[in-house]
Design a protein around this ligand. Sequence first.
Ligand SMILES: [Zn+2]
Length: 149
Amino acid sequence: MWAMSYGSSSIAFDTLQSCKQHEPYVCSSYLDKIKNVKLRNIFTKLRLGCNRLNAYSHRDKTDCDHCNTPETVLHMLFTCNLPKLKSVRDNFLNQIDSKSPTFAAMSITDKLSHILNLDFDNDEVVKLSCSFVKNIYNLRFNRKEPITQ
Ligand SMILES: [Zn+2]
């Protein structure tokens, strides 16, 4: 029994590896780069627009409570003026600009795409991006429980 289940999971693993080799976009890279399940869920919710931000909530109010502009993922991560979010963002941008010179030159939508896809070769930049998203998300939704990477 053990040998059988090991055998089948081994085949599945080989298939996955070969799928990555031939179709690099079939397997999403952000899932591979995030080990923590809660953090993966946060990334997935933000990527799918399936989250509690006002712009996706299907209620009458779609604007940010603080800024009176639609509260999208882009707004929460990059343009919200709420001081606690701005402070985390400024700190993140200072750090990432020194580690990834190309990031600073990107448009805001490219920055968002790179972060939500964790499309970085540098592990340090991936970790920095994960903790940025986690911290902003926790601050926005006042989550008390820490999420470790
Ligand atoms: Zn705002």
